[in-house]
Design a protein around this ligand. Structure first.
Ligand code: NAD
Length: 300
């Protein structure tokens, strides 16, 4: 595949990592951020990631920061927006992208859960607007969910899937533009039940995590839930669901337990306490464990 000029909007946690993936694959990447400080450290953040990954330095030189969005996207073939998860902000950014990017450019949002249809609104040329939902860190987690709206041209979905494959990602096509796409619907169905179990006193927070990590969590990377249902048999799956589904949490709103934590300022590792208390050292160890696990992950 030809080396395209890629533009990334937002140089934060996801944006700098997405830029890195394309730069490592040999693409030139232009990055815009509304905060100058985010652009200043861009190349050094990527260089530090490359060191951590035991990859050679150099790709960071293909990444250039732009304070001006119009300049950033002026000759882009692909634009990926990774700005904060606020609908109005993303809508405003996409209005700019439609205006300033070349007509042939594909415009993608990295939103975690917002339907792409809502971001595209009634913008012109929505045939080129789609979702690419990456996972953190983008250079270690292979999946990218590619999401089209009713107006996205199928050839733009295909082109995005081909590009992502060419840079070593594992793209999947999500056929309906639903909130949360596939990955976050599954992930947050699990989190809702996990929080309900803690809130109801069935088990404490640490126990819930131990249950997941020491059981089905071990298998998940090689055995998906649908494969697992086929493995144990659809008949056993039906018997289990007939008993247990009626007891699972079905709340359509965030848990009051979660709301209370946030209202109390118990924001998790960043405030030293969330569902559990965290020393800086404990938080750091866990982050490092996740990074090391992802970096060394090998399929059998
Ligand atoms: P972040 O806060 O780390 O980075 C966002 C960046 O956007 C910041 O540098 C900010 O200065 C910049 N920004 C703000 N307004 C802007 C504007 N108008 N134009 C350009 N840049 C602007 O956030 P993040 O974690 O990188 O998340 C970005 C997007 O990716 C969100 O939609 C988020 O839901 C999604 N996402 C996040 C994760 C994750 O694990 N953090 C995973 C997948 C998807």
């Amino acid at each position: 595949m030809a080396r395209e000029r890629i533009a990334v909007i937002g140089a934060g946690l996801m944006g700098h990592g997405i830029a890195q993936v394309f730069a490592v694959a040999g693409h030139d990447v232009a990055v815009h951020d509304a905060q100058a400080g985010a652009l200043d450290g861009l190349r050094s953040r990527i260089a530090a990631n490359l060191d951590n990954l035991d990859l050679p330095r150099g790709p960071e030189e293909r990444v250039t920061g732009f304070a001006d969005v119009a300049e950033c996207v002026a000759d882009a073939a692909i634009v990926i927006e990774a700005a904060p998860e606020k609908l109005a902000l993303k809508q405003a950014i996409f209005a700019d992208l439609v205006r300033y990017a070349p007509r042939h450019a594909i415009l993608a949002s990295n939103t975690s859960v917002i339907p792409i249809t809502d971001i595209a609104g009634d913008l012109d040329t929505a045939d080129r607007i789609l979702g690419t939902h990456w996972w953190n860190p983008p250079f270690l987690v292979p999946l990218v969910e590619v999401v089209g709206t009713a107006r996205t041209a199928p050839q733009n979905i295909e082109a995005m899937i081909a590009l992502l494959t060419s840079v070593g990602k594992t793209p999947v096509h999500v056929r309906k533009d639903v909130a949360g796409f596939v990955g976050n619907r599954l992930q947050h169905a699990l989190w809702r039940e996990a929080i309900a179990i803690v809130a109801e006193g069935i088990a404490d927070a640490r126990t819930v995590d131990t249950v997941v990590k020491a059981s089905f969590g071990r298998r998940l990377a090689v055995l998906g839930p649908i494969e697992n249902a086929d493995l144990v048999g659809t008949d056993l799956t039906l018997d289990i669901h007939a008993v247990v589904l009626q007891h699972l949490n079905r709340a359509a709103e965030p848990s009051p337990y979660l709301r209370a934590l946030v209202e109390d300022g118990r924001l998790g590792m960043k405030s030293g306490e969330g569902f559990r208390t965290w020393t800086d050292e404990e938080a750091d160890t866990l982050r490092k464990d996740v990074y090391r696990y992802l970096k060394n992950f090998r399929l059998p």
